[in-house]
Design a protein. Structure first.
Length: 415
């Protein structure tokens, strides 16, 4: 197969490379790689198809209307500068963190984003985003020096890309470097890094050591729209759901199985799957094969501001994840008074503070039993939901997170 793939690669012309580069910018390297390999394999089988066009079309169908980023307070005459560096700037927790920082601290900090891949104006408006090529370090260094940041804030993920970023940052002078570890992985340790910010105690304790460079700042959720009146019977009955990017960073091909089993055990139950991504079509095929298309609905990607109305349809929020550093979708549900159940993975127990609502990792039967038990006990759902509201509003609001980041920014910028 390796020989065949080399033959296929040799058949790629300049136009194809251009298509693939565009695909990588739109969906990121990991997702684009499968498309590229499929194209190459088909070339070796003399069955070349317009795979890139199909992938792009499918991706475009799942992209929401662009979110407009707005700075909330009048801009100060003299602002300090913060440069965010992130491998891709797509809808997700790390991008949302940056947007919250821009919207809430943009009046005192001029903020810019450097990234490898984004969807340009298709996903976000009102934020300064520049594409960089870390394989040309001298040019990236010039771009950094032209901006003259007081702070460089790197939001890391796995891969060689970030090591190349930090190699470049070795040569940046008179600038504090902060590293955000937003996922369950070890930080990239360099002597010049001023602060390591972890999104949960779980990530800190699992992948680093306690020292004066390490702190935890939980991601803060903007609860302005993720709220509701909680009257006596505010929760609907018999509906479960999840809100995720349907990709392998948190979900797996088996994540859909718990919804299928819960509905099979309790046929009056409905499920709503909110989000798009690499597993979108596979999840739909699973549901069709189980004969449950009337019970389980897929929305694809939806606009951020449309999410609260979908949450209001949930009796329970389900988190069938294989890893979880923290995340915002569960706190969104909690602030709307919704019980959260899932697998006992990562920071989920830290978030919901109730181990009885969590099943063993990947134990579909146990988690579906928890779901059925709660749906059969509406008063218990309401009790858990009200507790969740109190916990989320005190511990996971965006105002607390912004205050914590402002303190860090002020310290390292000398403001």
């Amino acid at each position: 197969m390796a020989i065949d793939i080399r033959k296929g690669l040799s058949s790629l012309n300049r136009a194809n490379f251009s298509k693939f580069r565009g695909l990588i910018k739109k969906v990121g390297f990991r997702r684009a790689l499968s498309t590229i390999l499929a194209y190459v394999t088909n070339k070796t089988n003399n069955a070349s198809k317009a795979i890139t066009a199909k992938a792009l079309a499918t991706n475009e169908l799942q992209v929401m209307q662009p979110y407009v980023v707005k700075i909330k307070k009048p801009i100060d005459a003299e602002r300090k500068k913060v440069l965010h560096i992130i491998e891709n700037f797509y809808t997700g927790g790390s991008s949302r963190l940056i947007i919250d920082l821009v919207e809430n601290l943009g009046h005192i900090y001029d903020q810019k984003v450097f990234t490898f891949a984004h969807r340009e104006r298709a996903e976000f408006l009102g934020i300064d985003i520049t594409t960089i090529d870390v394989d040309i370090p001298s040019f990236v260094l010039k771009q950094i020096n032209d901006f003259k940041p007081d702070i460089i804030h790197v939001h890391i993920w796995r891969g060689e890309w970030y090591n190349k970023v930090f190699d470049i940052l070795e040569h940046v002078k008179e600038c504090a470097v902060i590293q955000n570890i937003n996922t369950p992985l070890e930080p990239i340790v360099r002597d010049f890094i001023s602060k390591y910010i972890f999104v949960s105690n779980y990530v800190l304790n699992s992948f680093y050591k306690q020292d004066d460079k390490a702190i935890v700042i939980h991601p803060g959720s903007n609860f302005d729209i993720f709220t509701r009146e909680m009257s006596e019977n505010y929760l609907p009955c018999d509906t479960i759901g999840m809100v995720y990017r349907l990709d392998d960073d948190k979900l797996s091909t088996e994540s859909m199985d718990v919804f299928i089993r819960a509905v099979e055990k309790r046929p009056e139950t409905k499920a709503i799957i909110v989000g798009g991504g690499m597993y979108y079509e596979e999840y739909k095929r699973k549901v069709e094969k189980a004969g449950l298309t009337e019970s389980i609905t897929f929305t694809g990607y939806v606009h951020y501001e449309a999410l609260p109305d979908l949450y209001k349809k949930f009796t329970l929020f389900v988190a069938p994840v294989w890893q979880e550093s923290f995340g915002q979708v569960a706190p969104f549900a909690m602030n709307m008074g919704i019980p959260v159940v899932g697998y006992n993975i990562g920071a989920l127990e830290e978030i919901i503070n109730d181990k009885s609502l969590l099943a063993k990792s990947a134990d579909v039967e146990q988690l579906s039993d928890i779901i059925v038990h709660l749906l059969d006990n509406y008063e218990k759902c309401v009790s858990v939901g009200r507790y969740n509201y109190e916990r989320a509003s005190k511990s996971f609001a965006v105002e607390k997170m912004i205050a914590d980041y402002e303190e860090v920014y002020n310290y390292y910028s000398g403001r």
